[in-house]
Design a protein around this ligand. Structure first.
Ligand code: ADP
Length: 398
């Protein structure tokens, strides 16, 4: 999380409690939202600091948009509280919250010109005309749309419309900007371009708190200081991209964020609280992996390995000739798993293999850099992984 830019009070001169600015621009306290009998959001607690971007990342239907609507005031929580800058706004209307919102489908007023769209929130706030004109100009310049002020939305491309929508959301100088899948209506190349633009825009708005809803992990990884992984109306896990990527606390995050393969295994060592390197048996194969939590011998775990972490053992596939039997573990090296190549896909920068592990009935995804000798479907190979690139996660349901 970004550190607050405000100076701490000098020692010996405590600031009176009433004058202390709250650290969090947005705070959800145990917020639940139901639609009839559907629980769309269940007990979400989340705090977003000033200047911080939090991405809500999860599959469709996991409650991301509902969380955003609860912050914006478009949905009333069935329980829990919503705070902005430390003030409880649970019962306040959306207009009174002064939040900027950008949604997937641009949502510009179709009959209004670009400049009128951007001016809309300012007029509603009865800002003097000259100030409105100046603010609209500045906002359109910020998103690179100053040459389009007099056009109607339908005269713009999707990407341009979304730029105008962002300018409109920022015109009221909100302290909080909510974005709900803002790039998902755009085609792939435009999406990548707009993602870079959003990143640049973020740098120009150092004090705004942003909450960014997406199901696309690359958007979350590019923009967010922290990622909140959502699943079945609940917060599954929250952390920096680095934390979630390299040390996921659960199988769902390992699979959803890192695309990891998960091998069922049984612990053979004691790992104390706080974590260490653990030893496990995955089928008949001995493996060592980072264990970020306490494990006891006999405990069921999963070994998470991301596609890029796998390597082909030297000499593979030829070296695998002796592995073709029953997959029994005698004499196997740690973290060496024999498998049969099921498919090979060329992906420009390298090859993606699907490999069926022998003796484990697991199919794993392996991303190899461009190489001269690419295995073919049906080949036997030996996969290896460095212990520090394999991580144990609790054996929860997926
Ligand atoms: P996400 O943004 O992660 O795709 P949503 O927050 O939109 O998920 O939806 C969460 C759940 O709430 C889903 O099961 C969805 O079908 C349901 N839901 C969302 N909006 C409504 C609504 N207006 N009426 C009824 N059910 C809804």
């Amino acid at each position: 999380m970004k550190k607050s830019r405000r100076a701490a009070p000098a020692a010996g001169h405590p600031t009176p409690a009433a004058a202390v600015e709250p650290e969090n621009a947005v705070e959800l306290r145990d917020v639940s939202v139901s639609y009839g009998t559907t629980v769309a959001l269940s007990g979400l607690s989340l705090a977003v600091a000033r200047g911080e971007t939090v991405a809500l990342l999860g599959p469709s239907g996991s409650g991301k948009s509902t969380a955003l609507k609860a912050i914006a005031g478009f949905e009333r929580p069935s329980s829990g509280r919503v705070l902005l800058d430390g003030v409880d706004v649970t019962d306040a209307s959306p207009a009174r919250r002064g939040i900027g919102v950008v949604v997937q489908q641009y949502a510009l007023f179709p009959h209004m010109r670009v400049d009128a769209n951007v001016a809309y929130g300012l007029k509603a706030r009865r800002m003097p005309k000259a100030e409105i004109a100046a603010r609209v100009k500045a906002m359109l310049e910020m998103v690179g749309m100053e040459g389009h002020a007099h056009k109607l939305p339908r005269q713009l491309s999707g990407g341009q419309q979304q730029r105008v929508a962002i300018a409109r959301a920022l015109a009221i100088r909100p302290q909080v900007l909510l974005l709900d899948e803002p790039l998902s209506a755009l085609d792939a190349s435009l999406r990548a371009e707009m993602l870079l633009e959003l990143q640049a825009l973020r740098a120009e708005l150092p004090d705004i708190a942003m909450v960014y809803v997406t199901h696309d992990q690359s958007e979350a990884l590019t923009l967010a200081d922290r990622i909140a992984v959502m699943r079945n109306a609940r917060l599954e896990e929250i952390g920096t991209a680095e934390q979630l990527y390299s040390r996921p606390a659960g199988a769902f995050t390992a699979k959803f964020l890192g695309g990891a393969s998960l091998l069922p295994a049984i612990s053979t060592t004691v790992v104390p609280d706080g974590g260490a390197m653990g030893s496990v048996l995955a089928g008949a194969h001995r493996m060592k992996a980072v264990a970020p939590f306490a494990v006891n011998p006999g405990g069921r775990v999963l070994v998470a390995v991301r596609p890029h972490a796998w390597k082909l053992a030297a000499g593979s596939p030829a070296a695998a000739a002796g592995w073709a039997g029953d997959g029994a573990g005698d004499g196997y090296t740690v973290n060496s798993l024999p498998g049969r190549v099921e498919s090979v896909q060329w992906r420009g920068a390298g090859h993606r293999l699907q490999v069926d592990l022998i003796g484990l009935s697991e199919r794993v995804t392996v991303d190899l850099p461009a190489m001269s000798a690419v295995p073919a479907p049906g080949d036997l190979v030996v996969l290896t992984v460095e212990p520090q690139h394999a991580v144990l996660v609790p054996a929860g349901e997926l």
